[in-house]
Design a protein around this ligand. Structure first.
Ligand SMILES: Cc1cc2nc3c(=O)[nH]c(=O)nc-3n(C[C@H](O)[C@H](O)[C@H](O)COP(=O)(O)OP(=O)(O)OC[C@H]3O[C@@H](n4cnc5c(N)ncnc54)[C@H](O)[C@@H]3O)c2cc1C
Length: 377
């Protein structure tokens, strides 16, 4: 029998899509290359926007515990003047966002999917696919074949040879870890722009989750440092707004922008990191993906053939503004703030001062990060 939708990749995006499609009356099948329980190895900590919480609640997959609210975001630059703070209370929200381990989120989505009768076929690596007039056939490495009307590619990346992509190698790595500070964080997230790259500290339980961008060589060197020496360098880059005592779980990720100009092709839709892999500077990757997931499920609701070209084109058009503006916003932040040009440093300082004085601009930025393109008037 032909499945309506085959989802390749049971990461957080594939699982969220399965739940959203089920809610739209379709029958998704999920396959993943990895064995069950692999999500526990994911050390990433995600900042989820308030809008993402609302979507996950609608999917019945908002984790009951394990997340920390972000009550304020403090933005500053190293070696330059200007700072601003965006507060949830000023925006009339309970929180600007929530910090949650990717593994907790994926477990919650997987449990909810299992509760809905959606099972994941593990150890199933899809190697190729062939689209036909009324279906698409996916072939797994072990010889299994799957027929579906639509292939939803949620496999977390794009092939290096693929065309039709915007690509930019930032030549940066994100060094992540958990940092303990002397004083309570009081729900404040810090985004500090340094000439090396952005440094974010997110409130996480009683600690901070660190995302610090730097060159590949510096990431290697800092991963090898003893805790004490590492904390001294972190303190130097961050300044004195918090005093750091301990660090654990250091690891790093290479950072590059890869975004498909068109997130659909014949009987295929690409979502999550397979559609666009972003720099983590503003914590937008999964948040954007969840908005894509929701719109795709809405577009396909009740469709007799979810892989029909006109439906997929409608989805791509509906997501165009939000996808490109989020890619552009994230990319501009990295380029504008990851350098030591004196003129740009002054302009950045002036921008941060202006933002601090001008509440409507802060409101716009907060809404843009929380709701995506829906923030536009
Ligand atoms: C350091 C860092 C910090 C980040 N912080 C944030 C943040 O604060 N907020 C935010 O919104 N986003 C953040 N992101 C981005 C976020 O992590 C990603 O957007 C999200 O994890 C993408 O999920 P995914 O399901 O698309 O991919 P993945 O989580 O990579 O899942 C892909 C799945 O597909 C499977 N797979 C791969 N190939 C195949 C195949 N051929 N056949 C079958 N299965 C296959 C894999 O086994 C895997 O399970 C961050 C990213 C990084 C690197």
């Amino acid at each position: 029998m032909k499945d309506s939708v085959l989802i390749v990749g049971a990461g957080p995006v594939g699982l969220a899509l399965a739940l959203a499609l089920k809610g739209s009356g379709l029958t998704p099948t999920l396959v993943d290359a990895r064995p069950a329980g692999s999500e526990n190895e994911d050390q990433r900590v995600l900042a989820l926007a308030h809008g993402s919480r609302q979507t996950l609640e609608k999917l019945g997959a908002w984790p009951k515990t394990g997340w920390t609210p972000i009550e304020a975001i403090h933005v500053s630059q190293r070696g330059g003047l200007g700072r601003t703070e965006i507060r949830a209370t000023e925006q009339g929200l309970p929180a600007l966002g929530y910090v949650c381990p990717a593994a907790t989120l994926t477990r919650c989505l997987a449990a909810r999917a299992a509760g809905e009768g959606i099972l994941v076929e593990q150890n199933c690596f899809i190697e190729s696919s062939t689209a036909n007039a009324d279906h698409i056939t996916a072939l797994a490495r072990d010889g299994r074949e799957f027929d579906a009307q639509l292939l939803a590619c949620c496999e977390g990346g794009t092939g290096s040879q693929e065309t039709g992509l915007i690509r930019h190698d930032y030549a940066q790595h994100a060094l992540i870890g958990i940092v303990t500070a002397q004083s309570p964080h009081q729900g404040v997230a810090y985004e500090r722009f340094t000439p090396e790259g952005p440094l974010a500290l997110l409130p996480f339980g009683g600690d901070f989750a660190l995302v610090w961008t730097m060159s590949a060589e510096e990431a290697q060197r800092r991963l090898a440092l003893a805790d004490r020496a590492f904390l001294a360098e972190l303190q130097n880059a961050f300044g004195t707004r918090a005093r750091f005592l301990a660090v654990s779980g250091r690891t790093s990720f290479a950072l590059a922008l890869q975004a498909r100009l068109n997130p659909v092709s014949e009987r295929k839709a690409f979502l999550g990191n397979a559609a666009q892999t972003l720099h983590p500077v503003a914590g937008q990757g999964f948040n954007l993906a969840l908005r894509d997931v929701w719109t795709l499920a809405e577009t396909l609701a009740g469709a007799a053939d979810p892989g029909e070209a006109s439906l997929l084109a409608r989805y791509a058009q509906a997501r165009r503004l939000d996808r490109f503006s989020t890619v552009g916003f994230t990319d501009s932040l990295v380029r504008l703030f990851s350098n030591d040009d004196p003129l740009l440093r002054h302009l950045r300082g002036a921008g941060l001062f202006a933002l601090d004085l001008f509440a409507p601009a802060r409101k716009f930025i907060a809404r843009r990060m929380i709701y995506g393109a829906r923030a536009w008037p």
